[in-house]
Write a protein that binds this ligand. Structure first.
Ligand code: PFF
Length: 460
């Protein structure tokens, strides 16, 4: 039976509005910044293959499950889980899924905002023509100058957090729809321009081979976990962001079609970014495994040499900032919705509280790139031997918290919720598609997440 609940935060006008907002959440730094650098660090093609497989068999079904729970509960993830669990006469501990998600959102946004700050800084660096004619070495030193100075990073991080809080305080529906509708296609076109440049860079074949040719000898157990974690991260799954957006979805919209559309767009953007970056990496003798600075060290080389590079470069980073912005909003929305529901705060007040806490946490990341760059808290654990505080935060959230959140969502949606309820809420009938979904969420996701976890710990 469909519930009569309505969200106190309002509703999307239709399915397209939801698809745009969810795409805005999914497409962000994860696609353009993170995907290339972790692909570079984990050996290329085999990593990408595992990632694509995870998107298809875990990501899409979990997205459907998360949207479904959100729409049924119609509240912030904490309250949605509490309500749905009470309805099924289950333990109220299920609300911890919402709490864990909120914490993951905070932690992710804390570093996400710092990296978005780099992109902001690069809007001005590219726009002023700073990179024109520079060699790879010159480009490297500009990146080092930026991250070496904590004050600078802090300033950009502050600007980005203020931008995020401003939109969130006004409610997520208004501008988001238009922004995503116009800016996403523009980002897509600019990536194609960069791909065109990479095509002529002299090392296109080598770049494509690295990205797409699977060589499993280069993929470790930890690499498999990182690929799986990234599938959750890039689709914004496992922490309630998509759940809270689902809670604003009208009753009659098809969840399956929306989830597939979002996932396909997200994946295409990531692959286009990879296709632009790796040829440049090889053509300029750079190291694919050079870490989180990868795109900031490579793309400016292209902008410095192509006609109109200053303009295109600036436009590219403006669009990247927008993509990051629409993701950042979704990272903080579960917490803001909860503060409004449970503490009676106004949206503005709630956004400021959530934003300030996140900003403070962000300082950990700011310092990881300079004054604390030698602080390796878990260096006694082999896979973390060179992990800075930022690296650890990223690992903890993307590779542990999100898959764990996804696992719990799967267990709730496919084991705890009665079959009739999910048939009713997904509204795709009881045929093959529904059964496939249920099989994937009931068996494949929990088993895959457990196997990958145990494999990294060394138990299997
Ligand atoms: N999906 C976003 C990206 O790829 O940049 C990041 C993100 C947003 C992760 C929202 C998690 C989330 F809940």
């Amino acid at each position: 039976m469909a519930t009569e609940r309505v969200s106190i935060h309002g509703q999307w006008s239709n399915r397209l509005a939801f698809v745009l907002a969810a795409t805005g959440s999914a497409v962000g730094l994860g696609n353009v910044w993170k995907f290339p650098y972790i692909t570079g660090e984990n050996g290329g093609g085999a990593f990408v293959l595992v990632y694509l497989l995870c998107i298809a068999v875990i990501g899409i079904p979990i997205m459907m499950a998360e949207v479904m729970l959100g729409r049924r509960g119609r509240q912030s993830p904490v309250n949605t889980m509490r309500t749905l669990a009470a309805e099924e006469k289950l333990s109220s501990h299920w609300q911890w899924l919402g709490w864990g998600g909120m914490l993951a959102g905070f932690l992710i946004l804390s570093y996400y905002s710092v990296i978005a700050g780099w992109a902001l800084a690069y809007v001005f660096r590219t726009g002023s023509g700073l990179f024109t004619g520079l060699t790879a070495d010159g480009v490297q030193s500009i990146f080092s100058n930026l991250v070496d100075e904590p004050e600078r990073l802090m300033a950009w991080h502050t600007i980005f957090m203020v931008m995020t809080m401003t939109v969130v305080s006004r409610g997520v529906r208004g501008g988001l729809e238009t922004a995503t509708r116009v800016l996403m296609p523009a980002l897509f076109v600019l990536l194609l321009v960069l791909d065109g440049y990479a095509w002529n860079s002299g090392a296109f074949k080598q770049g494509v081979e690295f990205l797409l040719w699977p060589d499993f000898s280069r993929l470790s157990a930890n690499g498999v976990l990182i690929a799986m974690g990234h599938a959750f991260f890039t689709l914004s799954l496992g922490m309630g962001a998509i759940m809270v957006y689902g809670s604003y979805l009208p009753d009659n919209a098809s969840i399956a079609k929306a989830s597939i559309a979002v996932s396909v767009m997200d994946t295409v953007v990531a692959l286009l970014a990879g296709l632009a970056i790796f040829p440049l990496v090889f053509a300029n003798g750079l190291e694919p495994a050079s870490g989180p600075g990868l795109i900031f060290r490579t793309l400016p080389i292209a902008f410095g040499h192509m006609d109109g590079g200053a303009f295109f470069g600036m436009l590219f980073f403006v669009l990247l900032v927008f993509a990051a912005w629409t993701s950042a909003i979704s990272l903080i929305e579960p917490a803001v919705a909860w503060l409004v529901e449970n503490h009676g705060l106004s949206r503005i007040h709630a956004s400021v509280v959530a934003g300030v806490v996140t900003w403070l946490f962000g300082l950990l990341t700011v310092f990881s790139f300079n004054i604390w760059s030698d602080v390796k808290l878990l260096s006694w654990i082999p896979i973390f031997h060179d992990h800075t505080v930022f690296d650890l935060l990223d690992y903890l959230t993307a590779n542990i918290m999100l898959p764990l959140g996804g696992l719990l969502i799967a267990v709730f949606a496919a084991w705890c919720m009665p079959r009739d309820s999910s048939v009713d809420e997904l509204a795709m009938g009881d045929g093959f598609s529904y059964r496939l979904w249920r099989f994937l969420v009931r068996y494949i996701t929990p088993v895959a997440v457990m196997i990958v976890f145990l494999n990294v710990i060394g138990i299997i």
